[in-house]
Design a protein around this ligand. Structure first.
Ligand code: 6PG
Length: 467
């Protein structure tokens, strides 16, 4: 067997799946894991693909097993482990070798590493799709130098998911941390989409007294329409599953506290730094944090009693479907607008239609709407998605239902933070004369900060200012 030119470090769930995917596409690959028994087990379970795989016991053997110029994919936990691995590789690799961090790195770390004078080439790529995606076709968001992308693209495009038109869902999106930044926004949208689905689930469970399997059937129906997406599809399956150890729906047995590794939070933090409004994503991060406060929530219910919740006869399942359609458009619109702000701030030529196209298959937020989003984003670069004719048409149709759902939730004590945040943002975005004139007046009153006048006349301060 000729020496492979690719290697992969880190045979955890994602790394192992990615290595098998690469081997299956006909590329030889060297693999190394800190614990040798993990490597041995991986090769033993690789079946026919083991022929394509060169296991190594030490990092030195691993590097020696790859023909230069090497491409080494890192699939180790984000953070210090990446820095440690880069340090360990430094004396072993040459200037033409390329190391690709394919974990969920914070893009600031990727920027820092790219600028740190590493003695080899370096790229940061976002990989989405969980284990299944990594094994059979993830979406790949690459950041780094164009020439490095050109070198590794044949491999990444071969292993990536394919959209319906056959295009691989792998693209070079910009330099340095651009790929990891886009992956973070992907995860922010993922959080928001999941939260809005959970909110519609809550209305069906607590407001409409629907049992979990019936809710699952509603999600399955929605998945045949404009909401067709991976997250709605799996929500149907989750709601319809029965408890393998007890009785009844498994969903009813799952503790209502969401975990998080932090990528959604990074997106919210970065949005604040960029002054980019992403309230649906922020609400979703907040809701995960509140979900974790189980004892406090139970104490709150003891003090205030359960909210009056019945919405039977007030809302329909169709209203919820329309509300989710509106919420989804609003949250993607916010995510794309945030990336437009980032592109300007970081001087990245982020190609929004290309990002929408990469997200069409393989990733967690894949959705039938992304084709139309790519088209709308290409019509007028930089324009907010909600201003495109196509999505304005969708929103005109679905916003009344979102309004009914959010209002009913507010009146009946059902929390709908993400859907509510989407509606509030929409109403601000369609109001030419807002209310910040009052804020400017207040700022001038207490701090002489000044303001602009609508008539353009020079009037730097109000009459409240001391002469
Ligand atoms: C993906 C996912 C993935 C993410 C997990 C868990 O695109 O495949 O976004 O990268 O890490 O889904 O995320 P949380 O633990 O933050 O929910």
């Amino acid at each position: 067997m000729t020496k492979p030119t690719i290697g992969l470090i880190g045979l955890g769930t994602m790394g192992a799946a990615l290595a098998l995917n690469i081997a299956e596409k006909g590329f030889g690959i060297a693999v190394w894991n800190r614990t040798t028994s993990v490597t041995e087990k991986f090769v033993a379970q690789a079946g026919n693909l083991a022929q394509q795989i060169t296991p190594a016991e030490t990092l030195t053997d691993f590097v020696a097993a790859i023909a230069p110029p090497r491409a080494v994919i890192l699939m180790v936990p984000a953070g210090q482990a990446v820095d440690d691995q880069l340090t360990a590789l430094a004396p072993l690799l040459g200037p033409d070798d390329l190391v690709i961090d394919a974990g969920n790195a914070n893009f600031h770390d990727t920027n820092r590493r790219a600028a740190s004078g590493l003695p080899f080439r370096f790229m940061g790529i976002g990989v989405s799709g969980g284990e299944e995606g990594a094994r059979h076709g993830p979406a790949i968001m690459a950041g780094g130098a164009e020439l490095d992308w050109a070198r590794i693209a044949p491999v990444l495009q071969a292993i990536a998911a394919r959209a319906e038109d056959g295009t691989p869902c792998a693209a070079h999106l910009g330099p340095d941390g651009a790929g990891h930044f886009v992956k973070a926004v992907h995860n922010g949208i993922e959080y928001a989409d999941m939260q809005m689905i959970a909110e519609t689930y809550g209305v069906m469970r607590d407001g409409l007294a629907m049992p979990a399997p019936e809710i699952g059937a509603a999600f399955a129906r929605w998945n045949a329409g404009p909401l067709q997406s991976y997250l709605v599809e799996i929500s149907a399956a989750v709601a319809q599953a029965t408890d393998p150890v007890g009785q009844g729906p498994l969903l009813d047995m799952i503790v209502d506290a969401a975990g998080q590794k932090g990528t959604g939070r990074w997106t919210a933090i970065e949005a604040q730094t960029l002054a980019a409004p992403i309230p649906v994503i922020e609400a979703a991060v907040m809701a995960r944090n509140v979900s974790a406060q189980r004892a406090e929530r139970a104490a709150g219910e003891r003090v205030y009693g359960p909210a009056p919740q019945s919405l039977t006869g007030i809302l329909s399942v169709d209203d919820l479907e329309q509300a989710l359609i509106a919420g989804k458009i609003l949250c993607y619109a916010q995510g794309f607008a945030m990336m437009t702000a980032a592109a300007a701030e970081f001087r990245w030529a982020l190609d929004m239609p290309a990002i929408a196209r990469v997200w069409r298959a393989g990733c967690i937020i894949r959705s039938a709407m992304l084709n139309d989003m790519a088209t709308a984003l290409a019509e007028v670069p930089g324009r907010n998605l909600i201003l495109s004719d196509f999505f304005a048409g969708h929103l005109r149709h679905s916003i009344p239902a979102l309004r009914r759902v959010v209002a009913a939730g507010a009146m009946h004590g059902l929390a709908l933070p993400a859907l509510g945040a989407g509606l509030a943002w929409f109403d601000m975005m369609r109001t030419a004369r807002g209310t910040a004139n009052m804020i400017q007046g207040q700022r001038d009153f207490f701090g002489l900060h000044g303001f602009e006048r609508l008539d353009g006349l020079p009037r730097p301060h109000g009459p409240w200012a001391a002469a």
